[in-house]
Write a protein that binds this ligand. Structure first.
Ligand code: SF4
Length: 234
């Protein structure tokens, strides 16, 4: 099947796990919540100190919003995120015996948790087939011709039917990286390993003069990200 084939090729190109595939469900959930509209690098950098201060969901629930703010004030929307984290931790302690829920229905009831966040947690922490669709996944799958959709929500609905269960966990991992580095707004089809399988009409095969420097920089950024992810896991 073409979907499986393309994912296999992209998995070879982007072998590292997603940046927020870290540690246990609690750490995973916090990481994804913090990463909303924030660069993964910034979130990964603050994680070791964050989890030293709040090693469990119980400790997070006991902290004041101010204490949480102080640990995340290097990232955007930190006040709102601190509020959500505190509320989420309280909900998990009260309603779920201190354990991060394992179902979409229960996850999206938590403060600050939407379907995208919930899907990442389901896939990364509970090995449950789900698809987290962000702008990268939405753009790349439209260009490939897998979906013809206007919104990430529609894309998620179509992909959930289209992609075999065993491949669902790969979607977010490879398309986020592919969308960030190669299938950018002016796509770098000249460097794309799935260009022969892609339906996009306006492919860009013109490699710039500094093509090699661009590719080297992508590899460097991926290495930095993976190192930060490992440090975050501890
Ligand atoms: S060929 Fe171009 S448009 Fe298609 S997935 Fe690759 S980079 Fe994106």
């Amino acid at each position: 099947m073409e979907v499986t084939r393309i994912l296999k090729i992209l998995k070879k190109r982007w072998p590292n796990p997603g940046a927020m595939e870290i540690g246990n469900p609690y750490q995973n959930l916090v990481g994804v919540m913090l990463s909303a509209r924030t660069r993964d690098e910034q979130v990964l950098k603050l994680m070791p100190a964050f989890f030293r201060a709040f090693p469990t969901v119980e400790k997070l629930a006991q902290a004041t919003t101010k204490q949480i703010e102080n640990k995340i004030n290097t990232i955007g929307m930190y006040r709102q995120k601190a509020k959500n984290l505190k509320k989420m931790a309280g909900q998990v302690m009260r309603g779920n015996d201190g354990k991060v829920p394992k179902t979409m229905k229960k996850l999206v009831e938590l403060a600050g948790v939407g379907r995208k966040t919930a899907s990442v947690v389901l896939v990364a922490s509970f090995d449950t087939p789900a698809i987290a669709v962000d702008t990268h996944v939405h753009r790349v799958t439209n260009r490939l011709g897998w979906v013809k959709t206007k919104t990430p929500q529609n894309t998620e609905e179509v992909l959930l039917k289209l992609v075999p269960d065993q491949d669902k966990h790969t979607i977010n991992q490879v398309f986020v990286k592919h969308g960030r580095y190669i299938c950018i707004s002016k796509p770098r089809c000249w460097a794309c390993p799935v260009r022969d399988l892609c339906a996009f009409q306006k492919k860009n095969f013109e490699a710039p003069k500094n093509a090699q420097a661009i590719l080297d920089d992508i590899d460097r950024r991926e290495k930095v990200l993976e190192e930060l992810r490992r440090q975050a896991i501890g």
